[in-house]
Design a protein around this ligand. Structure first.
Ligand code: SF4
Ligand code: SF4
Length: 89
């Protein structure tokens, strides 16, 4: 389990967190590798943020950014829509 909290109301669906997460896992940018999944409903614009605790297919399980000084999804989200351990106040 991670200590991440998501605040989807803030999310701008920029997908930076997904890219940062894939970089943590594999050293490449690839949204399908990410433990974070951003889903935007086009008609309503509503955004959902999922943190996957289990991997499936290419998708990697969240390991709370083991080995990183802080979770990369928290560091790189420009609007603090993902918060938790190491988060900005
Ligand atoms: S804490 Fe790390 S591994 Fe977990 S979702 Fe965020 S970037 Fe991905
Ligand atoms: S980086 Fe932040 S604003 Fe961008 S998609 Fe991820 S949670 Fe949303």
């Amino acid at each position: 389990m991670t200590a991440l909290k998501t605040i989807p109301e803030r999310c701008a669906a920029c997908y930076i967190c997904e890219l940062a997460c894939s970089f943590h896992h594999e050293g490449v940018f690839g949204r399908r590798l990410s433990s974070v999944e951003i889903r935007k409903d086009a008609p309503t614009g509503k955004v959902a943020i999922a943190i996957h605790e289990a991997g499936a297919g290419l998708r990697r399980a969240c390991d709370a950014c083991e080995g990183e000084p802080k979770p990369l999804c928290i560091i790189w989200c420009p609007v603090s829509a993902i918060v938790g351990r190491g988060a900005r106040p």
